[in-house]
Design a protein around this ligand. Structure first.
Ligand SMILES: [Mg+2]
Length: 245
């Protein structure tokens, strides 16, 4: 990522997502589900071979299991097939599930990814003007997330942009000039940004941590090419290392 930026004498802005880019939240979230197995096993397919007390959310095997999942939403991925619930039960399940994450303490358990460390190193370079962390955030995680981001990206160049639930990121990113690099993991965001920010930025390197839920399609690459985005999937799991992009 440095080489491309260094070729230009002008300084650039970088836009990065937080969750599953600067830190992996889902391995910790799923660990908490296993720690509450008695509450969730009625609704979710949980592995019998996993003992909650021995889960290391940062281990290769746990990351492979959780980040290698084929669905973005954890509650969709784990949900038992053919589970039918009343509206009330659906609400109850969602609340139990979301409460595990949606609190001030969650981000104190999080660690930065290698990519986050790379972004910090980039922030030290004179050709990087600002690092914008554009992240969709609930009210209860706002403070904890901000604390996490500031402690692992301790730089005056940091700007945190909180996007409300249900809002698109493109509206915010469109207001930022001279973007040379973007990173996000969610296909919906990648498409939103490519579709709606393409006239604003010329030639942007778009970094995507390769998980099980964001496998690229030929259509996505075509769309990126047309909009002058260079999609750069990078492996974060053993299983994604050998997949040629
Ligand atoms: Mg994300």
């Amino acid at each position: 990522m440095e080489q491309r930026l260094m070729r230009n004498s002008e300084s650039y802005n970088i836009v990065v997502d937080c969750d599953e880019v600067l830190t992996d939240i889902s391995p910790i979230w799923v660990k908490k589900i296993y720690e509450n197995r008695e509450k969730f096993e009625k609704y979710f397919d949980l592995r019998d071979d996993v003992d909650a007390s021995s889960i290391d959310p940062f281990s290769e095997s746990w990351r492979e299991y959780v980040l290698g999942r084929d669905k973005f939403y954890i509650n969709d991925w784990l949900r038992k097939k053919d589970l039918v619930l009343s509206e009330e039960e659906e609400k109850h399940l969602f609340k139990m599930f979301y409460d595990l994450y949606d609190n001030d303490a969650f981000y104190s358990e999080c660690l930065p990814t290698k990519f986050c460390e790379g972004i910090y190193k980039l922030s030290l370079q004179s050709y990087v003007k600002k690092i914008y962390v554009v992240t969709r955030t609930s009210e209860n995680t706002y403070t904890g997330k901000e604390r996490f981001i500031k402690s692992f990206l301790p730089t005056d160049k940091l700007e945190i942009v909180f996007v409300k639930m249900g809002e698109n990121k493109s509206g915010y990113i469109n207001k930022i000039d001279n973007v040379s690099m973007i990173a996000d993991d969610e296909v919906k965001n990648i498409e939103d940004i490519i579709d709606n920010c393409s006239n604003k930025h010329r030639k942007v390197d778009f970094y995507v941590p390769h998980t099980g839920y964001n496998n690229p399609t030929a259509e996505l690459f075509e769309k990126a090419d047309k909009s002058e985005y260079k999609l750069k999937y990078f492996p974060i799991l053993k299983s994604s290392e050998n997949i040629a992009i």
